[in-house]
Design a protein around this ligand. Structure first.
Ligand SMILES: CC(C)(COP(=O)(O)OP(=O)(O)OC[C@H]1O[C@@H](n2cnc3c(N)ncnc32)[C@H](O)[C@@H]1OP(=O)(O)O)[C@@H](O)C(=O)NCCC(=O)NCCS
Length: 138
């Protein structure tokens, strides 16, 4: 665990702080960071947000939706660029899982992180399906 970082569940994360971290981490390229209303709702309606802070500075975030007993969907995992590869991402996942230990933690990897999750011990699932547009249903 990164000794300098403090990890905590945050129930009122500032959406602007969240957005700025996503942009800095590069995950902002794949999230609606230009739509402040959507970003605010993403933060407000997530029910498990774990942050990593060093001297108050937000250096990492794991934003999840969970029922706490069966399923946790980890939607956004991001670490500030200058703090990457120091164990913060792994610790954010660890803390998220510890807060809902009975729930299976699932996520969709960004292309840049496909080698990351197996490296830290997560298993790839062959049976994952997505629906981007309801018109695709037949
Ligand atoms: C991907 C990300 C969350 C990983 O967090 P991190 O704190 O940088 O990574 P960690 O320190 O936990 O890394 C643990 C191990 O995985 C390795 N690793 C880190 N990022 C990796 C990557 N993208 N691909 C492969 N391995 C990676 C580290 O070198 C480290 O290896 P070690 O245990 O041998 O030292 C972070 O780099 C990030 O925010 N990236 C940009 C946004 C992104 O892609 N997020 C994922 C969205 S699905």
């Amino acid at each position: 665990m990164d000794q300098r970082a403090a990890y905590q569940k945050e129930d009122s994360l500032d959406p602007i702080e969240f957005r700025d971290l996503l942009i800095d981490s590069t995950l902002g390229e794949r999230r609606p960071v230009g739509d402040s209303e959507r970003m605010e709702i993403m933060v407000r309606n997530a029910n498990l947000i774990v942050t990593a802070r060093i001297d108050g500075l937000l250096v990492g975030v794991a934003r999840s939706l969970t029922d706490f007993v069966y399923c946790t969907y980890l939607s956004d995992l991001a670490v500030r660029r200058s703090f990457q590869r120091q164990g913060i991402g792994r610790d954010l996942i660890r803390q998220t899982k510890l807060l809902a230990p009975q729930a299976k933690l699932v996520l969709l990897s960004a292309p840049a992180a496909v080698d990351y999750y197996p490296r830290i011990g997560m298993t790839r699932h062959e049976h994952c399906y997505c629906l981007d547009d309801v018109s695709a249903l037949r």
